[in-house]
Design a protein around this ligand. Structure first.
Ligand code: FB9
Length: 507
């Protein structure tokens, strides 16, 4: 029994201590709850013989749809009279306008009372009285039945007419219960204090008060509070791990990015297949960034490293295009932001002559012009972390990744050599899933190349280790989803959001 029902139970017992009998229907109206709720409560009291109940069969009038229509718009014949006041109408016109039920009742009522005439030749229904009656007896009778629904109060012939012929009302048999004290009823049943109050505690009355047993099974009240989307639950969990490990979050609030930051600064050649329309969304308005104006020197250094190399690299040896670099796109990875953050660190180093190691992370949307399927949309949330410090190498990278994923419950990892245009060495990351015991690809990683870091102006003994994975993949695995559309996008069922636990891991 929930707390609302418990309160009603106490009220019933309290009322019964002051009167001989109660009626279940009256209680249902007084407490504004469905009659069945009251029946459940009094049955539980009857079993303990605290009360005794006797069944009452009570007939009552209730209005059907046509009856409600007449209460609202007048009786059917009056509705027809008002409609033909402006001029005769055919049967079909009135039938289409009022619907079959109301039209047929109204037509027969109006013909019977000679308020209209019907010409079979022309199929026209014409008003046969000078004025439409002011009073509507039929409607008034229905209004009376709505207020006083005891059938005993009315002429039975009239009821039959309204019920059978016109189908405006129905006579229902309502099973109600009369409630009286049972053999186990005593005043003690009713002297419950529903709540422990400050007053009872202060004046000490609590010691003599009788409290209802604490119902440990009572469910909490439904609170219509907000809910965290399942994907965002996972994002908060992922974010908290980075923050606990001392990473700072990068500003990723620009979904539009220049090709320069998204590709060129990462030493990704301009003819790389990922840079064409099949993989990347290009903007037509605004089509271009003007980052060359902002960092002209850096622009030139990037151009040189692509064309001629430097820092021990032979570069890509092609004619680098300013135009290509300034094209606006929807960023294909958050590594574009990592690159910008590293460049700002280099600028700070050039300005102050002091280098400060940093750990950054980001979690945000990236966009790929890929074919859609059950597990791929044209966008996903990329998670990326990097550490920029003196003399970091592959060992630091693998150790950092292991310490990160261990907090996600993945402590058996394997690393497979891979290729990224902007990292060397690079590794794909695999984990033994603790439940399925299968090896799952969980991300990618690498050490950013000197061709990316040196043109920024970072000291040559500085290196950057980085890794990335997606938000949707772990979320789909955790929530046992096969279709990403159950997790992300306009087809998501809001109920899944409302029902989701607010805590992701160790559920
Ligand atoms: O997330 C991925 N898989 C994954 C991650 C976590 C996880 O946890 C579960 C509790 C068990 C389970 C699975 N992947 C990366 C691997 C695959 O899903 C892959 O098929 C899809 N990848 C995306 C890119 O696909 C176009 C996931 C996404 C991804 C891949 C690479 C990076 C980021 C996201 C990166 C990077 C990077 C590399 C070097 C330097 C900086 C960033």
């Amino acid at each position: 029994m929930d707390s609302q029902q418990e309160k009603i139970r106490q009220e019933i017992l309290s009322k019964l201590s002051k009167t001989e009998t109660l009626n279940s229907e009256d209680l249902s109206k007084e407490f504004n709850v469905d009659h069945q709720i009251i029946v459940g409560i009094i049955k539980s009291l009857e079993i303990k013989e605290i009360i005794s109940i006797s069944k009452l069969e009570k007939k009552e009038i209730s209005l059907l749809e046509n009856g409600k229509n007449c209460i609202e718009k007048g009786s059917p014949n009056i509705q027809i009279l008002k409609e033909i006041k402006s001029g005769p109408k055919t049967k079909k016109e009135l039938n289409d306008f009022f619907g079959k039920e109301i039209f047929s009742h109204g037509f027969s009522m109006a013909m019977k009372s000679k308020e209209i005439t019907y010409d079979k030749k022309t199929d026209l229904i014409t008003l046969n009285i000078p004025e439409i009656p002011k009073n509507d007896e039929f409607q008034e009778k229905l209004l009376q039945m709505q207020k006083e629904n005891d059938p005993e109060k009315y002429d039975q012939k009239l009821l039959k007419d309204y019920q059978k012929n016109h189908k405006f009302i129905t006579i229902q048999t309502l099973k109600t219960f009369q409630i009286s004290k049972g053999k186990n009823f005593n005043d003690a049943n009713t002297k419950f204090e529903t709540d422990l109050t400050t007053e009872l505690l202060i004046d000490g009355k609590w010691e003599k008060s009788k409290f209802s047993k604490y119902n440990y099974n009572a469910l909490g009240k439904e609170t219509n509070n907000g809910a965290l989307h399942r994907l965002l639950c996972v994002r908060e969990q992922i974010r908290s791990i980075f923050l606990e490990q001392g990473f700072e979050e990068m500003p990723t609030n620009n979904w539009v990015e220049s090709s320069f930051w998204n590709f060129d600064t990462l030493f990704q050649p301009q003819q790389h297949p990922s840079r064409d329309m099949h993989d990347t969304f290009f903007l037509s308005k605004p089509a271009r960034s003007h980052c060359q104006k902002i960092y002209p020197d850096y622009f030139e250094r990037v151009k040189d490293v692509h064309e001629k190399g430097g820092y021990g690299s032979i570069g890509w040896q092609y004619k680098w295009s300013y135009d290509e670099a300034e094209k606006n796109i929807l960023r294909t990875h958050t590594t574009a932001v990592s690159s910008r953050m590293l460049f700002l660190m280099a600028e700070e180093f050039k300005k102050t002559g002091k280098f400060t190691p940093k750990k950054y992370f980001s979690i945000d949307r990236v966009f790929r012009n890929e074919s859609l399927d059950n597990t791929h949309l044209a966008e996903f949330h990329q998670i990326e972390g990097f550490i920029c410090d003196y003399n970091l190498g592959l060992g630091h990278l693998l150790g950092t990744i292991e310490s990160y994923f261990k907090k996600l419950g993945l402590d058996k990892l394997r690393f497979k050599p891979a290729y990224n245009p902007y990292t060397e060495p690079s590794c794909e990351i695999f984990a033994l899933h603790p439940n399925t015991k299968k090896w799952v690809e969980i991300g990618n990683s690498g050490v950013f190349r000197p061709e990316m870091l040196e043109p920024m102006g970072l000291p040559s003994n500085i290196s950057v280790i980085a890794w990335g994975f997606s938000l949707e993949r772990p979320a789909m695995i955790h929530y046992h989803l096969n279709n990403i559309r159950e997790l992300f996008g306009h087809e998501v069922n809001i109920k899944h959001t409302q029902d989701a636990s607010i805590y992701y891991f160790n559920e």
